[in-house]
Design a protein around this ligand. Structure first.
Ligand code: HEM
Length: 200
């Protein structure tokens, strides 16, 4: 099985060679990854960073950006996950196919993000903040990445302050607290990915 919603379905033909399984899976998730790259290029100031740093942030942050973007695939009320093909599977089914704690944590993350009720502009700003806040190891021009992060956080804050009335300050704080949660989901997910690569 390949229990990742970026696939078209969790079921894998047991007779298929693992290279083919990866090729089909790649075809399914590549457009989403490409959209993240295009989105990054559209963040004012991102393309002014050294190319090496653009690549580092994208490598470290793409999963986190996709997690935010595709949070709505997780439906906590109906206890289902929609895969990129549009097919829906129940959490119980995915669990029986081998999904574990990470699936629960992602559902919980998605539910809490949805409760904040961000509009699409806020969502874009938040996603931009997520990307430039990605792991900094190996970044060459830290000052520029930090300056860009500050600018985006201020932009996000201004938007949230305009739109969320009395809840503004808490909504903004909760959004910033999502950054370490995303990091932790990213780390857990990388482990799943690695162990899948080792024993597909
Ligand atoms: C699990 C790959 C992005 C959600 C996995 C697994 C692989 C994988 C190989 C292990 C499958 C298994 O052991 O059956 C990838 C790749 C991604 C990606 C290459 C890059 C685009 C995402 C995103 C999400 C996600 C953006 C969420 C929106 C999950 C979930 C699991 C999973 C829920 C199962 C976790 C569990 O076992 O509890 N992924 N994934 N993945 N992935 Fe992804």
């Amino acid at each position: 099985h390949l229990v990742c919603p970026m696939n078209t379905s969790p079921f894998v033909d047991p007779n298929k060679p693992s290279q083919e399984i990866w090729e089909e899976f790649s075809m399914s998730f590549t457009p989403a990854v490409r959209d993240v790259v295009d989105f990054a290029k559209g963040i004012p100031g991102f393309c002014d960073l050294p190319e090496h740093d653009q690549v580092s942030l994208l490598k470290a942050g793409t999963f986190e950006v996709l997690m935010v973007r595709f949070a709505s695939l997780f439906n906590v009320v109906e206890r289902t996950v929609t895969f990129l093909s549009g097919k829906r599977y129940s959490l119980d089914m995915l669990r029986s196919l081998g999904a574990g704690e990470l699936l629960n944590s992602m559902c919980e993350f998605s539910e809490k993000l949805a409760v904040l009720g961000l509009n699409s502009d806020e969502m874009s700003f938040f996603t931009a903040v997520v990307l430039v806040s990605a792991d900094r190891s190996g970044i060459q021009d830290l000052d520029s990445v930090e300056a860009l992060q500050d600018k985006l956080i201020r932009g996000l804050r201004n938007l949230v302050m305009q739109n969320h009335g009395e809840e503004s300050a808490t909504t903004f704080t909760k959004l910033l607290l999502k950054l370490p949660e995303l990091r932790s989901l990213n780390n857990m997910h990388s482990e799943e990915l690695l162990s899948f690569k080792v024993h597909p």
